[in-house]
Design a protein around this ligand. Structure first.
Ligand SMILES: Nc1ncnc2c1ncn2[C@@H]1O[C@H](COP(=O)(O)OP(=O)(O)O)[C@@H](O)[C@H]1O
Ligand SMILES: [Mg+2]
Length: 278
């Protein structure tokens, strides 16, 4: 079954039951504390992200969202269980999972274009293909004029655009994003959301996106997951298609449907009055 929506004249479609790209099976993670205690963060978590999906993951601070993403990225090993990418177990980081964090880890001694070209260079892609792809991705993130600038000369939003292009140029199977726009001001965040939506629409890249912002999750994701406070189980799962309908002139975010979904997600995240107390 295929759903379709019109956006900016271009037909956008996605499979309602997509082929799975990344999958966790009974994934558990325990951390050792400085006092030598073992703390369980994820307890037998099973989930999948399918081809072309844009999954947004929400949950109270400290519930294990970043831990889940780091295991998927291959940065940490699970205590038990497995993560597979296209059915093959993940054993460490590689370019098939592009990762973007809140504070982009760019190389300050390289220019914008050198940062973007870094992955293909390391993988031994030939120079002309790397140069062509670098130009293409510089265009996609609207930073052609900053190609020769150093990272310290860029604003936070520009750095985050470079980080996204640097991940996408490797043509990863999935983009794993951990609160990528969390440190940006409201206007820049809005612009970055639009840019990411259009990159996703053009490339149909599979995305797992962690955020603490319910509006951001609903206006970007095709599926929203809310994690429990402890253990990593999902207490709410919601399909969404607002991202396919949002445009500058479209008041989707003020619609009753959007506000209702927002309320449902908010109460799933904060269902204990004590959680309001800081
Ligand atoms: N390296 C670590 N060692 C010990 N505890 C950790 C480590 N990383 C995270 N934690 C703990 O695991 C829990 C989940 O952390 P995290 O995955 O970062 O949560 P979230 O991203 O949802 O805020 C928190 O209680 C955090 O303090
Ligand atoms: Mg986190």
């Amino acid at each position: 079954m295929t759903e379709q929506a019109e956006k900016g004249g271009a037909a956008v479609s996605y499979e309602a039951v997509p082929r799975e790209v990344i999958k966790t099976c009974d994934l558990s993670v325990r951390y050792e504390t400085d006092l030598g205690e073992s703390v369980s963060v994820l307890d037998r978590v099973s989930m999948t992200v399918g081809e072309g999906e844009f999954v947004c993951l929400l949950g109270p601070s400290g519930c294990g969202k970043s831990t889940l993403l780091k295991v998927m990225a291959g940065f940490i090993s699970p205590s038990s269980g497995v993560v597979t990418l296209d059915g093959i177990p993940v054993t460490g980081p590689d370019w098939q999972r592009g990762v973007v964090f809140q504070n982009p880890a760019l190389y300050p001694w390289l220019t914008v274009e050198e940062n973007i070209a870094f992955g293909p260079r390391m993988r031994g892609v030939n120079r002309s293909k790397t140069a062509e792809d670098t130009r293409k991705f510089l265009g996609m993130i609207h930073l052609e004029s900053a190609a020769r600038q150093k990272i310290y000369e860029l604003s936070g939003g520009m750095r985050q655009r470079v980080a996204i292009a640097r991940a996408l140029i490797n043509d990863p199977r999935i983009l794993l994003m951990d609160e990528p726009f969390g440190a940006l001001d409201a206007l820049t965040r809005e612009q970055m959301q639009s840019l990411l939506r259009s990159l996703w629409t053009q490339n149909r890249k599979t995305i797992l996106f962690i955020t603490h912002d319910v509006d951001e999750a609903l206006s970007l994701g095709t599926r929203v997951l809310v994690m429990e406070k402890r253990g990593g189980a999902f207490k709410l799962e919601m399909s969404a298609d607002f991202t396919l309908r949002i445009s500058c002139s479209d008041p989707v975010r003020a619609s009753r449907e959007f506000l209702q979904a927002r309320g449902e997600i908010m109460s799933a995240i904060v269902n204990n009055p004590a959680d309001y107390v800081i």
